[in-house]
Design a protein around this ligand. Sequence first.
Ligand code: NDP
Length: 397
Amino acid sequence: MIIGAGGVGRVVAYKCAGHPEVFSEFMLASRTVQRCREIAADIKEDLGYDNIITAAVDAEDIPALTNLLKEYKPVVVIHVALPYQDLTIMEACLAAGVHYLDTANYEPKEEAKFEYSHQWAYHQRFQAAGLTAILGCGFDPGVTSIFTARAAKHIFDEIHYLDIVDANAGDHGKAFATNFNPEINIREITQNGKYYENGDWVEIPPFSIRKELTYPEVGPKASYVLYHEELESLVKHFPTIKRARFWMTFGDEYLTHLRVIQNIGMAGIEPVMHKGVEIIPLEFLKTVLPDPGSLGENYVGQTSIGCRISGLKNGKPETYYIWNNCQHTHAFKETRAQGVSYTTGVPAMTGAMMLLQGEWSGAGVFNVEQFDPDPFLKVLGKHGLEWHEEVGADLEL
Ligand code: NDP
């Protein structure tokens, strides 16, 4: 069962429908059932796949979701609604005996702070129930974590320095729009930046570390250090890491809009009164910004996301770069969604496939880098996200 009929949910549904040998039928459930029906109709038209049941559900309503799960009896829930629903969906999965997979870690609505502690706390309950929960199976977190696991398994004896580099060199033709849910996106990037160094977290003001990095097929782009959730699990699971950072590209125009949005209070998450009604500025902003799902049609250019890693092999220093580039037009042609939804949805489907085929198993709560990266990376290219690697690469960092 897929929960969440947004941009990512659309891609997951398309990709599951494209593999009927594994996903012979599935349910697409979301808050607004009409969006599920639109996706199911598009898939029927494009792929001829007609085994999608749609349903309305509020994933924050544990009894309602539990009932739906008990009625439909899916093997696994692929949760691609919002991070606010992680814990309620995990509770319902436990109550109904269903495996769980998501792409973003839990974040309380009232505080823009995400960390894995909330979800890791479920480990023993999933273990006791004999169920698997797979956390962070999108692109970043997700493929970047699996790339790191590949580096640890095949390239290095010890990873020392990890830089995850995320470029979106796309142009959607809008003055300002976010590539995934605007509320979640703006909360993420307006926080203080943070990176890991020698056992400590170093906090920095937003956008205060900038460097021009050169991305394959894209060229040089201004890149900024920001905090991203996979850093927390990667430094835990690969304890030889001395420093781990996450870099993302932003254009000047985007940053100017963001500054204005913040300066005029539209990024606020505290309720304010407007004409006698309580509203949250950032939620209102989401209403007036372009729907990320609508950006695909005119989106040109590509994303380039990867890991730049250095460390030791046989006692000698080694460097390694592993990455994927994804064209927005390719994503749209295949799924009627833009590249950021595509790069998130393909790994989510692939992770669910790993679970259904028994390649990834175990009772408890796991981050994706804890599983074997090989079977996942073997099929990722065939699923639409070809990856490349270079040993001895110039990392620029
Ligand atoms: P969208 O906002 O496009 O879609 C979210 C969907 O979830 C909407 O259809 C929405 O319903 C539905 N939803 C919201 N609340 C509920 C609820 N209480 N119950 C049921 N359904 C609900 O977001 P995206 O598709 O862009 O992103 C989906 C997820 O993917 C997010 O968690 C995001 O953080 C994550 N992500 C992860 C990435 C990665 O690389 N790991 C990258 C990009 C995104 P409605 O239609 O009614 O609004």
